[in-house]
Ligand binder design. Structure first.
Ligand SMILES: *Cc1c(COP(=O)(O)O)cnc(C)c1O
Length: 243
């Protein structure tokens, strides 16, 4: 049966503590060190006042998926925060995002990787990235299919300003998170294969959202991107994005 949080109001600090203890518990039960799992609080759609509540709890890493929102929130909040960009990045927006976000989780084509590299040169930056994978090869979703990734990996490695942390996935949604376990396991296997072929370490696996982060951690996630389990349910906004 699907477990849902009770609908009583709980504060952001309470849900934050709960999420952190769930991460710790999932890590420990799978024999992992909880410290190797980074929590990215996905603050998309939430106003600065809401984000500030979590900043007051001591949290520092936030994720945004829209350039306009990042541009508003990042300069308004403490400069000690670290911003990760998690949405599809258009080529003409890379110049705006790079000075604000230290990591881009959603590098979904060689084209955008090359663009990021060029802008990083111009701006004197060394951004960290994750390569987004879409194993199903669904054309409605962003990301490299495994075949494309094997073909493009050498070209990605030539890009000298970007540091490839590892791979990222947005799995298909299923109310039962057990159903997406194979997608997480497949991402880890793909990472292991790439490491073997290239001899390059790819330590990062950016996988796991509110509904499925426990399973993602059991399958090796090092970076969970969690929004609604911390901030509550977002109002549905129309998206012009694929997927
Ligand atoms: C919105 C979003 C999340 C967070 O989703 P929740 O289900 O609210 O935890 C994580 N990753 C990406 C790429 C997102 O767009």
């Amino acid at each position: 049966m699907r477990k849902t949080l009770p609908t009583v109001m709980i504060s952001i600090s309470e849900s934050y503590e709960l999420v952190k203890s769930q991460i710790q518990c999932a890590a420990e039960t799978s024999g992992r060190n909880p410290e190797e799992i980074e929590l990215i609080a996905v603050s998309k759609t939430w106003p600065i006042s809401t984000v500030s509540e979590l900043v007051e709890c001591g949290h520092k890493i936030f994720g945004e998926n829209k350039v306009q929102e990042l541009e508003v929130k990042c300069p308004s909040l403490s400069s000690s925060l670290r911003w990760h960009f998690i949405g599809h990045l258009q080529k003409n927006k890379a110049r705006k995002v790079l000075p604000l976000a230290e990591t881009i989780h959603s590098v979904d084509s060689l084209d955008i990787a090359e663009r990021i590299n060029t802008i990083a040169h111009e701006l004197g930056l060394f951004p960290k990235i994750y390569v987004q994978v879409n194993h199903v090869g669904e054309s409605t979703k962003f990301g490299f299919s495994p075949e494309e990734l094997f073909q493009s990996f050498d070209s990605l490695l030539q890009l000298d300003r970007i540091e490839i942390e590892g791979l990222m996935i947005i799995p298909s949604f299923d109310a039962d998170p057990e159903k997406v376990r194979p997608e997480f396991a497949a991402l880890r296997d793909l990472r292991d294969k790439l490491e073997k072929i290239t001899g390059i370490k790819l330590p990062g696996l950016s996988m796991g959202m509110s509904n499925d982060f426990l399973i993602a951690i059991e399958e090796g996630s090092t970076s969970v991107r969690i929004g609604s389990s911390i901030f509550g349910k977002r109002k549905v906004i129309k998206s012009n994005q694929k997927g």
